[in-house]
Every structure is written in C-alpha cells, then in structure tokens.
Design a protein around this ligand. Sequence first.
Ligand code: SAT
Ligand code: MN
Length: 595
Amino acid sequence: MNIEVKNKKLKAWIQEVADMCTPKDIYICNGSNEEYDQMIKLLLDSGIAIPLKKRKNSFLFRSDPSDVARVEDNTYISTPDQIEAGPTNNWIAPDDLKKTMKDLYKGCMKGRTMYVIPFSMGPIGSPIAKIGIEISDSPYVVVNMHIMTRVSDRVLELLGTDGDFIPCLHSIGAPLEPGQEDSKWPCAPIEKKYISHFPNENLIWSYGSGYGGNALLGKKCLALRIASAMARRESWMAEHMLILRLTSPEGKQYHIAAAFPSACGKTNLAMMQPSIPGWKCECVGDDIAWMKIGPDGRLYAINPENGFFGVAPGTSYETNPMAMDTLKENCIFTNCALTDEGDVWWEGMDGDPPKHAIDWKGNDWTPESDSVAAHANARFTAPAAQCPVICEDWEKPEGVPIDIFIFGGRRSSVVPLVTEAYSWDHGVFLGSTAASETTAANIGSVGNLRRDPFAMKPFCGYNMGDYFQHWFNMGGKLGDKAPRIFYVNWFRKSEEGKFLWPGFSDNSRVLKWMCERVEGSVGAEETPIGLIPKEGDLDVNGVDMPSDDLKELLKIDSEAWKAEIPDIEHHLSTFGDRLPDKLKKQLDEFKKRLG
Ligand code: SAT
Ligand code: MN
C-alpha cells in the first residue's frame, strides 16, 4: 500500500476486500494529474488506450463487444423484503446475493492491482455532497472516475479517523493467472455480471463489467440508486435530471431541471444554445440533480458529478456545438471509431464520413461496410469545467433554485410537443406515467415503448410506488414555491416518418413559453392531457416549418389517448397497494377529461 489509511472503517474495509479478492498490490488514489498521467501511461503501455493525434491528452478505448452498456437485467436492489425494492427492480435477498457475490469475488483480483478511489459527489466539503470510496481492479475505471467525480486525497482528510462514506466495490471479474496474457478489455460473461445495491446499508457491489454505469459507481449506483433511497429517508430528491440556467433578454434567470431516459438528448438540451435572439442558456449538469429545500422554501439543485459521460453518436456541431468544443482535449472516448488521421469519429458527426476507419471492434471500416463504425452507445468522458457554457454557479455548494421541471421521452406519435401540468399532483401523474421508446443505453432491444416513470425506472433504489408518494410529499412541503411541471416530446414524427420539430437550439422556443407561463404573461389552452400553447404563443419566428406541422405537433388525439388508458392502468396497477391514492385520483380525473 502506498500510503497509510487513517479512517478506521476504510482501513478495515480495505483489509476485508483485499483478503477476499487477493490482488497483487493495493494503490490508494490521490486524484492528482500525475496520477492520471501514470495511469494513462500504464494503459498505453499495455495497448489498451489508443492515443489520439488530433486531440490533446485524449485516448480511445474499445470495450469487449459483450460489455457495451448498462445491464438492467443484472442490476439488483437488495432490501430485506422484496416489497421494499418494488416491482420495477430485480431483487435477491441480501444474504443470498452476498453469498453468490462473495464466491465470485473470491480471488477475483488475482494478478491485478486493487485501486482505492476516494471521491466526492458534489463539491468537496459542500453540505449536500456525499463521500464514496470505490475499490476497483480496473485502471480504466480510475481514469474515468478522475473525470466524472472529484477524486482527491482531500476526501480522505475530510473523513478523518471516524468519518463515514459509501463503500462501492467493483471488480471486472477477470483474475489473471501467472503468465496468462491479459485481454484488452477483461470482463466476466453476462451470467456472472451483478450490479448490486444494498440501500439499507448504503453499500454497492458490482462485478463483471467494466462499462459506464456498471463500473463508474459514483454515477447511477451511488448518485441515483443509493442516493434516491437516502433522499426519501431525509426528505430531499435525487433525480435523473439535467440542470440548466436560461436567461431572458431582460436578464431574468430561470433554472430548469429535466428528466429524460438515457440517450434521449439530456446532454444536448443541457448545453443548448437558443435560436431565439437575446436568450442565453448555460449548463449546470447533464444527467443527475440532487435537490434540497433551501431556507427560503424553494428547491435548490446541485449537479453531483464532475464530468459528462455522454452518448457520442449523433453529437455534432449542428446538434450540440458546445459538447463538441468540450471534447477538444483531456477526454476519454469509448467504442468510437478511429480515423486514419488519428481522430475519433462516430455516426452523425459533421462532414463526410471518413473513407476508411477502424471501427469500435478494431476492424477496418469504410462507408460501404454493413455495420456502424461507432457503437450506438459509444461514449465520451469529458471534464464539465471544459464546457464553454458551463454556468459560473455550477459548483455553488447551495445549488441553484429550480423554477421548472420537465419530463419527457421519445415518442414518435400521440404525445404533443409540450404540455403543462394543471397542478403539482397532475405533474406527478405525468411523470409517473412517462413512457419512451427504448435506446441502446441498456443491453436489450431498441425502439420498444416502455413506461419509464420520471426516467427513473432503472435508477430508483426503492419501491417506485413509495417514490411517487415521496414526490407528492415534496410537493406538499414546497407548496406555492414548487417548480411548475411540464411534459415535452421533441420526437413526434409525421406519417411519412419525418421528425416534425427541428429540435436542438429551437427547443429554446418551448422553454421560453414555459418561462412566460411562469411569469403569467401568456395563456394556455385546456385539453384533457394538460395545458398547451395557444395559437401564436409559441415563438416560431424564423423557423422554417409548415404551419400544418405545428398543428400536428400540438394535436391532441383523444382517441389515441383513450387507447393508452389500458396500458397506463396496467402500469399503475403493478404498484399494488403502494400506489398513492393521489395517483388513482389523477387517473380518474384524466379519464373523465377524456370523456
Ligand atoms: O452507462 S451510464 O449509466 O453511465 C449512461 C446512461 O445509461 O445514462
Ligand atoms: Mn443518464
């Protein structure tokens, strides 16, 4: 071990894990740039990291083709009683799960270094921040954690001898025998992958995968699954939401938090540059929001992360110029294609595709190839501070006051461009029945409609019926200081299958309408599903769009909504007696409005 650990709980835990996993050595990380460089050198020397000539201090990694996304089927919320995990989570009793995993962990780090990564979610020392320690046998995880969280020896100082932290144990599950040649991306087969959470003990155990949310345990595991359970106990909120600041031409600031499922454009919206003159947008966070009620009774949000782990394909100067500028240096790319010039490339990047490239599997690729060059869930890991439009208050310990909540997803039909909830309770109904067509962010089929309440289906660390009740309770506490709630769908298509709304920077037009609703300066039309913009109120000045398309975008087809009722009823019925009465009431009212 390179340094002496003073924290008693940590010291004991390191010993326990080392005895179980039997690594060849132990290294305690300090988060310094030198450490990052050393780790990258190690990854370069073993041929795992590929340097990018065109981007300073940036590297490409290729994962095993079986290890390319979160594995929801192998993700567990392990509470003593299954009912506490609820119908949206996989469950195994803690004793059984721990027994199975201990067998897997036994000797699993043989031949590898065990890294101890002290990190803070949220600015170090902030009252909202939480300390985690990840133990991992993957140097790839170490460098990613350096960017995505605040890794620092100051975290250990802060812990002192008796401070508490959230233990996050991770192994790729690939022991290395003496003389055995290591593979480029060692991991365990799918049936041995476990992403386990013990919310009653604030404990995370992950085994078998080295990719994204399966392995960077500060993100979905700690900041959403474990944090959501803590938040319920302590009356705050941990949500799968971007946070942005919108400033009007008059200089008035609005803070917006928006929940969309993975790979539905959170990063694009978080960095969006408004197409309407005079409006300014700045990014506070692109994936996770932790929110607490402040002394003035309003809801304040912080971004607990330190970087962006964004979907690369589809990111371009057209769709997200600010992300492109964030990616110029000091980044990690995973499963992107490599050009002959030594740069990364992915489908949807600006300009013509390269004439030749090496695809994400390491094979030759040309535009004539049958397969994609970059995996659909290829990712960039980028420091948030490098974003040209990062909000100056993004690290403010007390956070920013939220005015507006947005829910949404990908729906090619039925759901209009924007709706405002009639009330907080109605907003909770909209969030709890949110549905989206599935994407490549999870292993599984793509394009199926699934109910993804509050975009939290894969991330809620307890019974989701209780989560809905928690939202009602927070609304009760916030009273008239509660954010207004809206629902959006940028993805509605025409009968010919073409997107009706231009999206991206024009989404500012929809956000502007929301701000005007908050100010009470524009009206809205009542419909069975909620309030929609009155004709002429949505600022589409300068948008090249047939007026019929706008009508289609805002059309409410009552018959199509009625046809959704059985699915909504079925979805809500899965929560049994944990379904809040207030949601049943909302459903009844919705049905009445539809007639
Ligand atoms: O792999 S992650 O969980 O970090 C990304 C995502 O699915 O949103
Ligand atoms: Mn996400």
